[in-house]
Design a protein around this ligand. Sequence first.
Ligand SMILES: Cc1cc2nc3c(=O)[nH]c(=O)nc-3n(C[C@H](O)[C@H](O)[C@H](O)COP(=O)(O)O)c2cc1C
Length: 472
Amino acid sequence: MKLFSPLRVGTMELPNRVVVPAMVTRLSGQDGFVNGPITDRYVRFARGGAGLVVVEAMAVHGSKSGPLLRISGDEFLPGLRDLAARMHDAGPGRCAPQIIHFLKISRTGWRQKVQDLSIDEVRAIPGLYAAAAARAVAAGFDAVELHMAHAYTLSSFLSRLNGRRDDYGGSLERRLRLPLETLAAVRAAVGPNFPVGVRFDGEECVKGGYTAQEAGVIALRLAQGGADWLSISAGGKFEDAQHRPGEPLYPYTGYSGERCMPGRQYPPAANLPTAAAIKAFVAGHGLSTPVVATGKIHTPELAEGILNDGKADLIGMARPLLADPDWPRKVQAGRFDRVVRCCYANVCKAKDERFQTVTCFLWPRGSINAPESTDAQPPQWPQSGANLVAETSQGRISLKWAAASDNEGVYGYDVWRAEGSAPFERIDAVPGAVCAYHDGTAVGGLGYRYYVAAYDFAGNRSAPSAAIEAQL
Ligand SMILES: Cc1cc2nc3c(=O)[nH]c(=O)nc-3n(C[C@H](O)[C@H](O)[C@H](O)COP(=O)(O)O)c2cc1C
C-alpha cells in the first residue's frame, strides 16, 4: 500500500504516510512540564507505528493557560528530551512538537485580539517561536510544527478577520507577514536541514473568513518560505465560539469547531476538498511540499484512495488513533478487522473543553491510555446466541442483545446496518458494558438490517450476530 511507503519530508524520511496530528491530552499540569502520563501516551502512539507523531501544542511563551505543555524555557528541556528519546525507542516513526503562541482570554468572555497587540509585542513573536524551535532541536525531536491554525495568534494574523491597520493586517500580503517572519526566524534558528512544518486552516469556517481559495495562496507562500510540510486543518475559531458564563471561551463550541473535529453527522473525509485544492494549487506552482489531509479519514481504503488520487501526501488521523494507536501496525499487517474504530462521538473534544484528561469514550472506564493486548482469542456469544432484537419507539429503532464474554474482557460492540439491499456499514460503537443501541438516524419507508459484533482489548471480533430486519 502507498500508505505504508516511505516519504521524504525535508531532510527526514518518514517510514509511512500515517500522521498523528497534534492532540492536546490535558495530562500536563499548569506547570507545563512533561510527566509520566504524557510520556506514556506518546510512547503508545509511537509504538503503534505511525510515520510521524506530532506532540500536542506546547506554548512558546509564558502566558497563563489551563493544563498545557510548554517549551518556553530551557527548564522544560530535560522532560522534552526524555520524551523524544522514549518515542524514538518505542517505534519506527519520527516525532515533532507542535509549538503555539496564543493570546489572552478571560472567564468574562473577553479575548485579546491581534489588533490589541502593540507593534513591539507583534515583533517579539517570531523570536519566541525561534527560541522554542531551537529547544525542539536541542531536545532531540526530528522536526517541529508551527501552529498557525484555529483560534491562535498566527492563525488570527492570517485570518480575513484580522483587524490590524498597520503592515500586519488588511491585505493578504500583510496578513501573511507575521507568519512568514516567524517561519524565517525559525528557519534561521534551526538551520537549513531541520524539518519545519506548518499547520494552518484550509478554511476558517466562520462568516467572512477565508476559504480554500486564499488558503492555496497562503500554502504557496509558506512553502516558498521554507515550510517542509503543510498540515491542513479547518475552523476552530473564537469568532463563533459560544461563551458559557464564568468559563473562558473555547474555540471549538461553534460551527467552526465542528468543522475542526467533525462529529458523527459529517461525511468521511469531511475537509478533504480543501486539502486537495491546496495541494493542487501548490503543485500547480511547481512545488511538491507534502500536504497532510486530516478530518474523519479512518479506513485504509479511504486513506489509500486519497494518496493514489494525489489529493494529499500524508494522512492525519487524530481521533481514530486516539481510539486505537495500533491502527498503523494492525493495518500494515492486513488486520483492519482488529482496529478499534472511532465513532466520532467527540467525548475527547468535550473533555478537552473542560480541561479534563482527554480520553476516548470507547476505552474502558478509568483508563488514561488505550488498552493493549496480544491475545488472539475472540469474544464469544452465549450458547443461545446474541439474541439481537429490535423495537421501535420514539421514532427510533432500538437494538438489544445478550452480552458476549471474553477471556480478557469485552471491550465494546460495533453496530452494523444495511439499508435495503445495500451492503452493511458500521454505523457506531458502544462500550462493552452496554448491550443496547438506539438508531436515531433510521427513517420510515426504508427497510434496515442490523447486526452487532463484540471486540476485545486486542480488537479480535466475535462472529457477527445473526442479522435482523427492522422498519419504522
Ligand atoms: C482532543 C483534541 C485535541 C486537539 N488538539 C489539537 C492541537 O493541540 N493542535 C492542533 O493543531 N489540532 C488539535 N486537534 C485537532 C486534530 O489534530 C484534528 O485535526 C481533528 O481532530 C480532526 O481530525 P480527526 O477526524 O482525524 O480526529 C485536537 C483534536 C482533538 C479531538
